[in-house]
Design a protein around this ligand. Structure first.
Ligand SMILES: Cc1cc2nc3c(=O)[nH]c(=O)nc-3n(C[C@H](O)[C@H](O)[C@H](O)COP(=O)(O)O)c2cc1C
Length: 137
């Protein structure tokens, strides 16, 4: 069984989870930027494709790219994981988990949420600004 892990990460937490997972299951690991450069044939050899993105305003960053691609990957095991700052017992996660995968894709993609934190030192100024705005709401 050959696996591919694709991830996108701003401050490093999702990258860390993707790396841990890769150490466990093996196979290939690619940052989304590199995955986008691959031709269609590249993905054909994998039995499992995992996409990891971070939570931003109750959605998963770049998950739309994965949903679009996954329409051609129904013969594979497909997994989406999301890393966010919310603790796993946050009651809002129930609704988040329900809404994160489009209805038509739910039968093909399994979803996992991983809790981490906020790393202001590595965050872009626009992310810091958005967080400040969310706090004021
Ligand atoms: C603008 C912004 C919005 C965020 N929204 C959420 C959110 O809705 N839920 C959540 O759990 N975490 C949220 N976070 C926290 C990030 O998902 C968290 O810091 C994550 O670990 C970042 O992953 P990375 O280190 O791979 O970039 C938000 C962070 C930023 C900067």
């Amino acid at each position: 069984m050959k696996s591919l892990i694709i991830y996108t990460s701003q401050t490093g937490f999702t990258k860390r989870y993707a790396t841990w997972l890769n150490e466990e299951i093996g196979g290939e690991i690619l940052e989304l930027k590199s995955a986008k450069k691959q031709k269609k044939d590249y993905f054909a050899s994998f039995d499992t494709i995992v996409f990891g993105g971070w939570a931003k305003a109750s959605s998963v960053v770049n998950a739309k790219w994965f949903f679009k691609k996954s329409k051609f990957w129904h013969d594979k095991k497909l997994i989406l994981f999301c890393v966010g700052a919310s603790p796993i017992d946050n009651p809002d996660l129930v609704q988040f988990k329900e809404a994160v995968i489009p209805e038509e894709d739910k039968q093909f993609i399994k979803f996992f949420y991983c809790s981490r934190g906020l790393n202001y030192a590595k965050m872009s100024w626009s992310s810091k600004l958005l967080l400040k705005m969310f706090k004021q709401c």
